[in-house]
Design a protein around this ligand. Structure first.
Ligand code: ZN
Length: 383
């Protein structure tokens, strides 16, 4: 559970396309149909590369978007039933991720939006964290209260995810690390108020794949089984599920913080937790997206439908319903700047639908262990 944090800075600015630890292994695999509007928003003659600084950790990177009338390879990549205005841009230039050693909050490169093509790219995921619950328990997140959501306004904007398990279920370290908090938060708050997490553990990790520190937080524990300063290994038991603090039932609240151990520095755990595998032992992937209105502001609480589509007959195999992040108090990934994520998806074909200047429909592909990123910027949509 989370509290509102009105002093946080918006992190979803459209002026911040990102790479970084999403390596520049981008491939454009997707197409979009514009159902209710007709003007093409894809420039056909201009090679567009949009490079800007991001606010989060000051990473420079190339945008997902590029297209060249001369060089563009318009290759059909899936067999989803036809849509109009298909778009298969080529990857933009590669950018070496050079990360600063300490987080630096930089302003946007330019206050003026640089036009570029909205599109769909696939990035290598940074799924470096193990699940904090063993497979014998419920090791999937509660889909009704995702990161950034409010459960239809019933609860505060969520800065973590829930693993709903009975009291006493072992809680496991998500990575090698050091215990920096072990106890409760009744005296020292780790959110906006004391007593929010109840009994909690916070681990600090120095992952070889990640620049800068990353923290994992385990809240509402029944008991804490580690001590401050203790080194733990991935999978070590650090406590047990409970419902201490502001918990409405027995569950683990799991949080990822990046760059600093701060409530304002949370990230979406769905982009960090190692995915499950499908029946072919291929890791799942994820869909993320950035939906921006005509003022360059993230669209909050926008309902999305994501359907898995059979490539053979177009049949809907599964459907997921979620919303974009509820407000500015939760952060997008430093590289993606997303405002929604649906993780742990079996590889395959998906259709993403939402309303922003009309019904928008993207047919995309999810690949094993990859993040498919959709960008919709209403400023690029014409009149
Ligand atoms: Zn929670």
């Amino acid at each position: 559970m989370s509290l509102r944090d009105p002093v946080s800075t918006p992190r979803h600015s459209r002026d911040h396309p990102k790479t970084g630890h999403f390596q520049a292994s981008k491939r454009l695999l997707g197409r979009k149909s514009r159902v209710s509007t007709s003007q093409s928003h894809f420039p056909k003659t201009t090679f567009l590369i949009y490079v800007a600084l991001i606010s989060g950790l000051g990473l420079g990177l190339a945008a997902c978007a590029s297209e060249s009338a001369n060089n563009g390879q318009r290759t059909v990549t899936n067999d989803i039933p036809p849509v109009t205005n298909t778009h298969y841009p080529t990857p933009s230039s590669k950018v070496s991720p050079t990360l600063p050693s300490t987080p630096t909050h930089l302003p946007a490169a330019s206050p003026t939006p640089t036009p570029y093509s909205p599109d769909v790219c696939i990035y290598a995921g940074h799924f470096h964290l193990s699940r904090p619950i063993a497979p014998s328990g419920v090791d999937v997140i509660d889909p009704t209260y995702r990161y950034g959501s409010t459960q239809d306004g019933l609860r505060e904007t969520h800065h973590g995810v829930e693993f709903v398990n009975p009291q006493g279920t072992p809680v496991l370290a998500a990575a090698d690390g050091m215990v920096i908090v072990a106890g409760d938060d009744y005296q020292i708050p780790y959110a906006n108020y004391p007593g929010f997490y109840g009994n909690l553990v916070i681990l600090e990790h120095a992952l070889p794949e990640v620049e800068g520190p990353i923290f994992t937080l385990y809240g509402h524990l029944y008991d804490v089984q580690v001590e401050i300063g203790q080194q733990v290994k991935t999978g070590d038991q650090i406590g047990e599920v409970g419902f201490t603090g502001w918990a409405t039932g027995e569950h683990l609240h799991f949080e990822v913080r990046y760059g600093a151990n701060s409530y304002r520095e949370t990230r979406n755990p769905e982009l960090w937790l190692r995915p499950h595998h499908d029946e072919n032992n291929e890791p799942h992937g994820a869909i993320a997206g950035q939906i921006i209105d005509e003022f360059g502001t993230p669209i909050y609480n926008a309902p999305l439908t994501i359907e898995q589509i059979s490539p053979e007959n177009g049949e809907i195999l599964a459907a997921y319903y979620l919303e974009t992040y509820a407000d500015w108090t939760v952060n997008g990934d430093d590289n993606l700047g997303e405002n929604f994520v649906l993780g742990d998806l079996p590889a395959g074909h998906y259709r993403v639908s939402f309303v922003a200047r009309g019904l928008q429909v993207y047919d995309v592909e999810v690949q094993p262990g990859q993040v498919t990123m959709i960008v919709f910027d209403a400023r690029e949509q014409g009149e």
